[in-house]
Design a protein around this ligand. Structure first.
Ligand code: HGY
Ligand code: MN
Ligand code: MN
Length: 361
C-alpha cells in the first residue's frame, strides 16, 4: 500500500488496484493502535488489522474497485495520556488545529510534538487529511450486550456524549495526629466526597448516565499527613446532551458546596467534551443488512465508548461494526473476542468496503 504519515502521526495506507480512479475519494476503514496503559489487544487494533486483512483478500481475489481503499490508524485515540481522546482523528478532520494538538502536554509531562519526533511520526502529510467517501470502523463492543443476547454483530447507530474534567483541590497539609478534625482542610477527603458523589449522581440519574473517577493523585500522599492537594479526573457520559449538561451542572454545584464547607479551593479544567454523535442512517442500515445477508444475527445499538468514527462522521458518512467482548470486559488485559467473532466482523467489513468502493464486475 502507499503509506503516508501526517503531521500528528496519523497513518493512512492507500490501496489502488489497476483500474482504480485515483481522483475519487477513498473508502476508508481503520481505528487506533494505542491502548490505555492497562489495555487489551483488541481495542483499536482489531479495526486496523481487519482493514489490512480486507486489502489482502481483495488482492488475492483480484477484486478491482473504482474507488481507492484506505486503511488508517489515528494518533492517541485513548486520550488517557494526551487528552482529549480521539485527538488524532479530530485533527485529521480539522476539529482541532495542528499547533494546539502538537503542544498538548501529557499526564507524564511530555509535549506531543516532541514525542512524535522522538518516534519519527511527525510526518509530512498535511492535516486536515483527505476526506473519505465513507468511513467504516470495526471495533469490539467493550460492553456486555452482544454476548449476553447472543448476537454476532452490532450495527452502531450512535455514540454517547463524553465530558472529561480535571479537578485540582487545594487544602492544607497538616499533622494527621495533632490537627483537630474541625481544623482540617483535607484535599484527600474532598476528592473522596466528589468521587462518591459522581457514583451516587449517576445511579440517581439512571438511564445511560455513567460517571467515573479513574484518577486521583494526592500530595504529599503520606500516611501521617493531611493532603494539601488532590488532582482528580471525572468522566461523565450520556446519550443525551441535555442530561450530560445536567450531570455537569450538578457536579459543579456539588464542588462549590464542598469547597466552602471544607475551606478548600477547587479549580477545574476540561480535558475533553464531545456531544453525542448519530452515524449516517443509510450506512448504518447497510451495516445491518449486510450482516444479516451474511447470516449473522445483528442488533442496532449505541456505543458507550468514544471512537475515531465519531470524528470522521464530521466530514463523511461514517458507521461502525461491533463484535462481542467476552464478559463485556475492556480496558483490561483480559479483553477477548474469539476468532470466529472477529472473522464475522471482518467479513461484514469486507463486503461493505467492496460495495462502497464499487467493484468492477
Ligand atoms: O474513552 C473512550 O471512550 C475511548 O476508549 N477513548
Ligand atoms: Mn477503541
Ligand atoms: Mn479504548
Amino acid at each position: 500500500m502507499e503509506v503516508s504519515i501526517d503531521a500528528i502521526g496519523n497513518v493512512v495506507g492507500l490501496w489502488c488496484g489497476g483500474k482504480t480512479d485515483r481522483s475519487l475519494p477513498p473508502v476508508m476503514t481503520g481505528s487506533h493502535i494505542d491502548t490505555v496503559k492497562s489495555g487489551g489487544r483488541f481495542d483499536g487494533n482489531l479495526g486496523v488489522l481487519a482493514g489490512l486483512e480486507v486489502i489482502k483478500v481483495i488482492k488475492e481475489q483480484n477484486i478491482s474497485t473504482k474507488h481507492p481503499i484506505a486503511v488508517s490508524f489515528f494518533t492517541g485515540e485513548e486520550g488517557s495520556r494526551f487528552a482529549p481522546d480521539m485527538l488524532g482523528s479530530l485533527v485529521y478532520v480539522g476539529g482541532l488545529d495542528l499547533e494546539t494538538a502538537l503542544s498538548t502536554i501529557s499526564v507524564d509531562g511530555k509535549r506531543l510534538g516532541s514525542e512524535l519526533e522522538a518516534i519519527g511520526y511527525n510526518g509530512t502529510a498535511p492535516c486536515p487529511g483527505t476526506t473519505p467517501k465513507i468511513f467504516l470502523e470495526l471495533h469490539i463492543e467493550q460492553g456486555p450486550i452482544l454476548e449476553s443476547e447472543g448476537i454476532d454483530i452490532g450495527a452502531v447507530e450512535n455514540v454517547q456524549g463524553i465530558s472529561w474534567t480535571e479537578l485540582t483541590i487545594k487544602g492544607q497539609s497538616n499533622h494527621a495526629g495533632t490537627t483537630p478534625m474541625r481544623m482540617r482542610r483535607d484535599a484527600g477527603y474532598v476528592a473522596a466526597k466528589i468521587s462518591t458523589f459522581v457514583r451516587d449522581l449517576s445511579n440517581e440519574m439512571g438511564g445511560t448516565q455513567a460517571g467515573t473517577v479513574g484518577k486521583i493523585d494526592l500530595v504529599p500522599n503520606l500516611v501521617n499527613v493531611v493532603s494539601s492537594k488532590a488532582t482528580m479526573t471525572v468522566d461523565l457520559r450520556n446519550t443525551s446532551e441535555l442530561m450530560l449538561q445536567e450531570a455537569e451542572n450538578r457536579l459543579a454545584i456539588f464542588c462549590e458546596g464542598i469547597a466552602s464547607q471544607e475551606d478548600v479551593e477547587i479549580t477545574r479544567k476540561s480535558l475533553a467534551r464531545f456531544e453525542p454523535v448519530e452515524f449516517n442512517h443509510q450506512l448504518v442500515d447497510q451495516v445491518f443488512v449486510t450482516a444479516q445477508n451474511l447470516g449473522y444475527s445483528t442488533k442496532r445499538m449505541t456505543s458507550g465508548a468514544g471512537h475515531d468514527a465519531q470524528m470522521l462522521s464530521r466530514v463523511c458518512p461514517a458507521a461502525m461494526i461491533f463484535v462481542p467482548s467476552k464478559d463485556g470486559l475492556s480496558h483490561n488485559p483480559a479483553e477477548f473476542t474469539s476468532i470466529e467473532e472477529v472473522a464475522a466482523g471482518a467479513n461484514v467489513l469486507l463486503h461493505l468496503i467492496v460495495d462502497a468502493a464499487e467493484e468492477y464486475r
